[in-house]
Design a binder for this molecule. Structure first.
Ligand code: FAD
Length: 554
């Protein structure tokens, strides 16, 4: 096994290694919060392990609106500090992961009876830009009614009063999590997916070890000893606190958010729009990869944490929202090509509705020593990690005289992010050098950054061998090359890990993906030596996953 691996073929070895030492820190939960903590701690020199019971990012961190944003709405709630912090984080992330954090123009139409008035919006966006330290050429512009309608001809004009145009950043939440995880592994963190923390072991009332079950390989159990344990399990945080016997005081309040994807031709927006809906909430519509996605809802939730479902009510709500603001498009349920639902792990406040609850993060310290971090945003993950690792260091300083090392993740370029030039120019370069791949070269750059090159090179070698010219075969060869990368470098364990969290194809290329499913299964079958019967079962499972993206509960 390589010293710093995130290969699926090294999973058992990594778990074994984790259990043969006493770690400084064990992180439970492999979403963006856990990945960020693992990276920060490993970069400061701690020995770190991370266990994730599903796939990395399979919880909320692949189910968000996929924006790296300062949260304009938080300004309205008076959370100035939060806006400032996440605004600055946005700039840091753009610098350190330019391949997956992309500036995105956002139009905020001002309408009669809407959330924002002209003066308040102008002042709010001005303050938003200042708090977030936005560059001059990306600062907000206020628009007249005519200018707004020209910018977005699909908008209804009868209630339109004007608009504001400002910058947000778009990302792929699961890919961001995986790039952070790869960077953590490169700094020496031992990270494993499909490994569940099932038991917290205490000695004299202090947490000293965690029993971890390998969900993949026949359920083998490992005793992982650690000086400090962090619970970064998002919506599952209270389950771990219950396991720890420390679920007292503040608790989580879960709310569900749904997104729908339609073909861009069905909602051909010229830029992203953040618009008012009749019930007083606001919704995003964001063009991406020849699709437009719409979201989100915000409703109280107490169902399955692993599989939050999209209901017909959710679909109706979002389609009505779009049809009310863009009346000519007349979206219908049959236009929906894919969907996802995610759970916000918010902290409960008596008497507040889902949309009013704060998105701030909080740290809870239990008598056993379990450190729980809850709440927060994708955008603020680096700062959340800094706060947790500072606390870990302060404790280690007191307990064993360890010297404090300050956080340095603001200067760590994430895996794939060290581009030699601007992302678009780099993509154009690769497109020229790997002409056989056509548009795919660009897509790979905005997915893997510099790692796109090794995927393209491998594809080229395969094609060279077979002299393949047919475009469908080229696509299939590239898919297998990408899959190989996902197995060896990103610990994809199951076909759905690949189509949902490594590539995002289930959400943004579902119609094309359906034809590629046998090739995906074939790639996995070859890598893991599946027999025909097992490959058949896995294909059926993957087909179900694809169907579920457009199957809505009543
Ligand atoms: P998760 O991603 O849920 O990770 C927790 C992990 O812990 C899970 O993968 C789970 O499997 C694992 N786990 C649980 N129990 C165990 C166990 N016993 N052992 C091992 N592992 C375990 N933020 C933004 O900045 N921008 C946005 O645009 C945005 N939009 C959002 C839209 C919606 C609809 C939602 C729901 C959230 C949105 N957020 C956004 C918030 C953001 O997505 C979350 O704050 C963030 O993803 C939470 O990450 P996490 O790592 O804390 O939790």
């Amino acid at each position: 096994m390589q010293a710093k691996s995130l290969s699926v073929f090294d999973r058992s070895e990594i778990l074994k290694r984790m259990s043969e030492t006493v770690l400084d820190l064990l992180v439970i939960g492999g979403g963006i919060t856990g990945a960020g903590i693992a990276l920060d701690a490993a970069a400061r020199g701690l020995t770190v392990g991370l266990v994730e019971k599903q796939d990395f990012a399979a919880g909320t961190s692949s189910r968000s609106t996929k924006l790296i944003h300062g949260g304009l709405r938080y300004l309205k709630q008076g959370e100035v500090g939060l806006v400032r912090e996440v605004g600055r984080e946005r700039a840091i992330l753009f610098r350190n992961a330019p391949h997956i954090v992309i500036p995105e123009k956002m139009l905020l139409p001002l309408v009669q009876g809407g959330t924002y008035g002209r003066l308040a919006t102008s002042a709010g966006l001005w303050l938003y830009d200042r708090l977030a330290g936005v560059e001059k050429d990306e600062r907000r512009i206020m628009l007249t009614k005519k200018e707004t309608a020209e910018r977005e001809p699909l908008l209804r004009t009868d209630i339109l009063k004007g608009g504001g145009l400002y910058y947000e950043y778009r990302t792929d939440d699961a890919r961001l999590t995986i790039e952070v995880m790869k960077t953590a592994a490169a700094h020496g963190a031992l990270c494993v997916n499909y490994a569940e923390a099932t038991e917290l072991v205490t000695e004299n009332g202090k947490l000293t070890a965690v029993i971890v079950r390998d969900v993949m390989n026949g359920g083998a159990s490992y005793r992982v000893r650690a000086k400090k344990v962090v619970n970064a399990t998002g919506p599952w945080a209270d389950h771990l606190r219950r396991l720890d016997g420390s679920l007292t005081g503040k608790r989580l309040h879960l709310t569900k958010g749904v997104h729908l994807v339609v073909a861009h031709e069905r909602l051909p927006l010229r830029q992203s729009v953040y618009f008012d809906v009749p019930d007083g909430r606001m919704v995003f519509a964001i063009p991406r990869d020849r699709k437009t996605y719409i979201g989100t809802t915000d409703t109280d939730y107490d169902g399955s944490l692993e599989k939050p479902a999209v209901t017909r009510g959710d679909v109706e709500y979002l389609l009505n929202a779009v049809n009310s603001m863009f009346p000519s498009v007349r979206l219908r349920q049959k236009d929906v090509e894919s969907s996802w639902a995610g759970l916000r792990p918010l902290i409960h406040e008596d008497g507040k509705s889902p949309s009013e609850l704060s998105r701030k993060d909080e740290i809870f310290l239990s008598p056993s020593g379990l450190i729980t971090i809850a709440g927060g945003k994708l955008t603020g993950y680096r700062k959340m990690a800094e706060r947790v690792v500072d606390l870990v260091f302060r404790q280690l300083e007191q307990e064993e005289g360890r010297s404090f090392v300050p956080c340095g993740t603001d200067r760590i370029v994430l895996s794939g992010g060290r581009l030699p030039k601007r992302p678009a120019e780099y993509a154009a370069d690769l497109k020229e050098r790997y002409a056989y791949a056509g548009e795919e070269a660009e897509r790979l750059v905005f997915r893997y950054g510099t790692a796109a090159e090794s995927i393209l090179q491998r594809g080229k070698e395969e094609i060279g061998k077979n002299g393949e010219k047919n475009i469908e075969r080229v696509k299939q060869t590239l898919l297998l090359s990408e899959l190989e990368y996902a197995l060896r470098e990103e610990m994809a364990c199951a076909p759905e890990d690949f189509v949902i969290r490594r590539t995002g194809d289930l959400y943004f290329r579902r119609p094309q993906l359906v034809g590629m499913l046998p090739a995906v299964i074939d790639g996995f079958a070859r890598a893991f030596g599946w027999d025909e019967a097992h490959a058949k079962t896995m294909l059926a499972r993957l087909e179900t996953v694809c169907e579920e993206a457009v199957r809505f509960e009543t």
